[in-house]
Ligand binder design. Structure first.
Ligand SMILES: O=C(O)C(=O)C[C@H](O)[C@H](O)COP(=O)(O)O
Length: 215
C-alpha cells in the first residue's frame, strides 16, 4: 500500500473540514496537530479551500493535508498546487479519477454500491471512501460489500461520530473513518480551538482503543 494510505490508516480518523476563511486554517491546523491528529481533508465546498490548504501545508509541514469534495480536474490542480497530498470526492467521477491516477495523485473516490467499487478497481484503486456511510447502510453494508472485494479498503464518511466510530474502526475492511464532529463549523467560527483540541484528543483515544481490539 502506498505511503499516503498507510499514513491515513495510522491516523485512523480524518477530520473533514469546511472553512469559510483561510485565516482559520493555521489555528485549526495547530489544534489538530496538538490534539494528535496531524491531518485534515479540506473540502472544496468553500472558496477558502485552496488558500486554507496552502496555509496548513506551509505552516505545518508535518501535517497530511488533503482536499475533499473535489468534483473537477481544475480543483485537483488547484488542490495539488496548494500542497494537497491526497484527493477525496463524494462520488466516483471517472474523469477526475482517471486524471489523478495518470498523474500518480492519490485519489479516494466515494463509492456506495458494488458497481462503484468495481469501477474503482478498474482504475487500479484499492482504497475508496464509503459515502454517505450511515444513510447508505453503515457498518453492516460495508461488511457485506467487502466480502467479495477482499483487497479493497474503505474510508466511511458521513454520519460517523464518537459513538459509532469505534465499531467502524474495529472492522478490518476499514482503513480509516472520515468525520467532521471534532471540527464543526461553529467551533471554528467561534475560535473554540481548545474545544477542538479536546475533541481531537478524544478521537485519538478512540482510535487507539479500537486498534487494540483489532490486534
Ligand atoms: O464534502 C464531501 O466531500 C463529502 O463527501 C461530505 C463529507 O464527507 C461529510 O459531510 C462528512 O460527514 P459528517 O462527518 O457527517 O459531517
Amino acid at each position: 500500500m502506498e505511503n499516503i494510505y498507510l499514513k491515513i490508516k495510522e491516523i485512523g480518523i480524518i477530520p473533514v473540514v469546511v472553512l469559510d476563511q483561510a485565516e482559520d486554517a493555521a489555528p485549526l491546523a495547530k489544534a489538530l496537530c496538538d490534539g494528535g491528529i496531524p491531518c485534515a481533508e479540506v473540502t472544496f465546498r468553500t472558496q477558502a479551500a485552496e488558500e486554507a490548504i496552502r496555509e496548513m501545508s506551509e505552516k505545518y509541514p508535518q501535517m497530511l493535508v488533503g482536499a475533499g469534495t473535489v468534483l473537477t480536474t481544475d480543483q485537483v490542480n488547484r488542490a495539488v498546487e496548494a500542497g494537497a497530498k491526497f484527493i477525496v470526492s463524494p462520488g466516483l467521477n471517472p474523469t477526475v479519477v482517471d486524471y489523478c491516477v495518470k498523474r500518480g495523485i492519490p485519489i479516494i473516490p466515494g463509492c456506495s454500491t458494488p458497481s462503484d467499487v468495481e469501477v474503482a478497481m478498474e482504475f487500479g484503486l484499492s482504497v475508496v471512501k464509503f459515502f454517505p456511510a450511515e444513510p447508505a447502510g453503515g457498518l453492516n453494508y460495508i461488511k457485506a460489500i467487502s466480502a467479495p472485494y477482499s483487497n479493497i479498503r474503505f474510508m466511511p464518511t458521513g454520519g460517523i461520530n464518537p459513538k459509532n466510530v469505534s465499531s467502524y474502526l474495529e472492522c478490518p475492511a476499514i482503513l480509516a473513518c472520515g468525520g467532521s464532529w471534532m471540527v464543526k463549523k461553529d467551533l471554528i467560527c467561534e475560535g473554540k480551538y481548545d474545544e477542538i483540541e479536546k475533541l481531537v484528543r478524544e478521537a485519538v483515544e478512540l482510535v487507539s482503543e479500537a486498534r487494540k481490539k483489532l490486534k
